[in-house]
Design a protein around this ligand. Structure first.
Ligand SMILES: Nc1nc2c(ncn2[C@@H]2O[C@H](COP(=O)(O)OP(=O)(O)OP(=O)(O)O)[C@@H](O)[C@H]2O)c(=O)[nH]1
Ligand SMILES: [Mg+2]
Length: 328
């Protein structure tokens, strides 16, 4: 995919800014590459494009398997494209290497969107730690923005850590739920609801409408007793159908209203700034961990120290201090 010729970052950045999707795809492949020279080139590329980033509405979307994430992204994406937006769809799914597929592999569920000129769909980076996968998705998001996509939808599976990672890279975190079955409050127990800027109950169509409304009432009641993330935004609970499109407009309007409220209170800029700094620390942690694993002397020391800790010969605190000393 990427040849061995040195990569001309200037040309790639130009093509990407001009909105060439082949260039965008190539740039993301560069970001995902493990080769040291590719990683250095990718860093230069993102740095060069930085002034062209940050302008999109970034929406994280989560929900249990089968809740309708793909169907929702297809419907919301088409809704936005019909309103002259350009929509990029990314994903954070660290398990995709293990399962051999990707949550975005099911392009049939996004048939309309994947065939649309206004959309760009990229599956999750397929391997690595959650931190690594999230970092790559975050950089891919910046590239999409530089290429002119003004809405970025980031999908993730409903698993704790990856939800936090997606929440940390988006402006609005949308939790999708199913109507009924008495498990309405599950999300709240998992702490997910505390991250959510909105709860949307999908499949409110046909026989499901009544159950969806009941579920919505339960969530509203439960949200009432939680402290909201922002005093300027109380997460709404709404019902919709990705299949029929009912409620799609209200869903998007809430995302816009949230942006307006966050801009007015200054939280929008504050949240983006915090995210940048958090990201720096996460990259730094990854680099330190990479050094722990790659430096032969440190690796030998770690192995020896690990055994000593396991045998109870030294305390974990002393061991950590000794290893940290070697990193200096
Ligand atoms: N009745 C109804 N069915 C829906 C709706 N949205 C999705 N479905 C169905 O629910 C099933 C799962 O939808 P997906 O969009 O694949 O769900 P997902 O959350 O992406 O699932 P995973 O990728 O497996 O996590 C499919 O059979 C869809 O047709 C809806 O609004 N109403
Ligand atoms: Mg899916």
């Amino acid at each position: 995919m990427i040849s061995n010729k040195p990569i001309d970052i200037t040309v790639l950045a130009q093509d990407l800014r001009a909105g060439h999707r082949a260039a965008l795809a190539r740039a993301i492949t560069l970001i995902e590459s493990r080769r040291a020279d590719h990683q250095a080139a990718a860093r230069d590329l993102v740095q060069a494009l930085l002034p062209d980033t940050g302008k999109a509405i970034r929406v994280g979307i989560t929900g249990s398997p089968g809740v309708g994430k793909s169907t929702t992204i297809d419907a919301l994406g088409m809704f936005l494209i019909e309103r002259a937006h350009k929509v990029a769809v990314l994903a954070v799914d660290p398990s995709s290497a293990r399962t051999g597929g990707s949550i975005l592999g099911d392009k049939t569920r996004m048939a309309r969107l994947s065939g649309s000129d206004g959309a760009f769909i990229r599956p999750s980076p397929a391997s690595g730690t959650l931190g690594g996968v999230a970092a790559k998705t975050r950089e891919a998001m910046l590239l999409c923005e530089a290429a002119g996509f003004d809405v970025v939808l980031v999908e993730t599976v409903g698993i704790g850590q990856s939800e936090t990672a997606v929440c940390d890279m988006t402006d609005f975190f949308l939790a999708l739920m199913l109507p009924g079955a008495g498990d309405e409050l599950q999300g709240i127990k998992k702490g997910l609801v505390e991250l959510a800027d909105m709860i949307a109950i999908n499949k409110a169509d046909g026989d499901n409408i009544k159950r969806a409304n009941l579920a919505a009432a339960e969530y509203r009641g439960a949200l009432h007793i939680l402290t909201p993330r922002s005093e300027h935004w109380h997460p709404p609970v709404l019902t919709y159908s990705a299949l029929t499109g009912t409620g799609m407009e209200a869903l998007w309007q809430n995302i816009l209203d949230h942006r307006t409220a966050m801009n007015a209170s200054g939280e929008f800029a504050a949240r983006r700034r915090e995210q940048q700094v958090k990201w720096m620390w996460s990259m730094l942690e990854q680099r330190m961990m990479a050094r722990l694993r790659s430096d032969p002397a440190i690796r030998a020391k770690v192995k020896k120290t690990e055994a000593e800790v396991a045998d109870g010969r030294i305390t974990p605190a002393v061991a950590a201090a000794e290893i940290a000393e070697m990193l200096r």
